[in-house]
Design a protein around this ligand. Sequence first.
Ligand code: ATP
Length: 242
Amino acid sequence: MEKHILSVKGVSKKVRGRHLIDSVSFDVEKGAICGLLGPNGAGKTTLIRLLTGLIRPTQGDIYIDGNSMKTNRKEVMLHTGAIVESPIFFPYMSGRENLRNLVRLHPNLSNEEQKQRIEEVLHIVSLENRADDKVKTYSLGMKQRLGIAQALLGKPSFLILDEPVNGLDPMGIRDLRELIRTLNQQYGITILVSSHLLDELQKICNKIVVIRDGKLLWTGSKDQLAREDQSLEEAFLELVSQ
Ligand SMILES: Nc1ncnc2c1ncn2[C@@H]1O[C@H](COP(=O)(O)OP(=O)(O)OP(=O)(O)O)[C@@H](O)[C@H]1O
């Protein structure tokens, strides 16, 4: 069985003569919660857009559970859930109605399975009590959780979250952290999460990938990055200032 859920092999993205991502290679083991770190402009968003198939590499390839994005893109995307940038929902429709609309993107599920899956994902993200309220009445944290519910519709084994805690208050951050842990531990989903909030990544991740200027600067387990007496923030600042 494939040991890595994600293998990035020599990936570059060149736009107008400039490398936004430059020969990046790294792996993420199944079962990990992997943090993607990098200073502003490092290329995190570009990398995540490559990983979610929104843009294609100019060089290299990305493998998800052993499947090449180049040759097997459709299959790969079926098993990957993602929230990139803020999820967009119809504000005058309820959470459940929005999910009913989006579950149609998974034609491999029968009507009955689609209905059942909507209830399952609402339960996983703890939105069942508000599922019939209009999305415009949701807090930002609830919208993020609905975004995760949507990403879970296809029962992905790999979930990519781009800056999921951006703009959330401390309670929203705590709820999301708990949800990420539950998805990982209870549902066995491997997670890649980008964030500027190093403290947050330190709390939930066991693996870290650091990029700077489009290049891979460091990758390894969280414990290898930060010495015992160091916070992840100190270790990160030390690393990027080298
Ligand atoms: N389509 C594009 N064309 C040209 N340059 C781009 C394009 N998209 C991004 N860039 C540039 O590539 C670099 C990396 O951008 P990216 O948004 O991936 O970084 P980031 O690490 O996500 O930054 P931040 O943390 O500020 O969101 C930046 O200098 C950005 O201006």
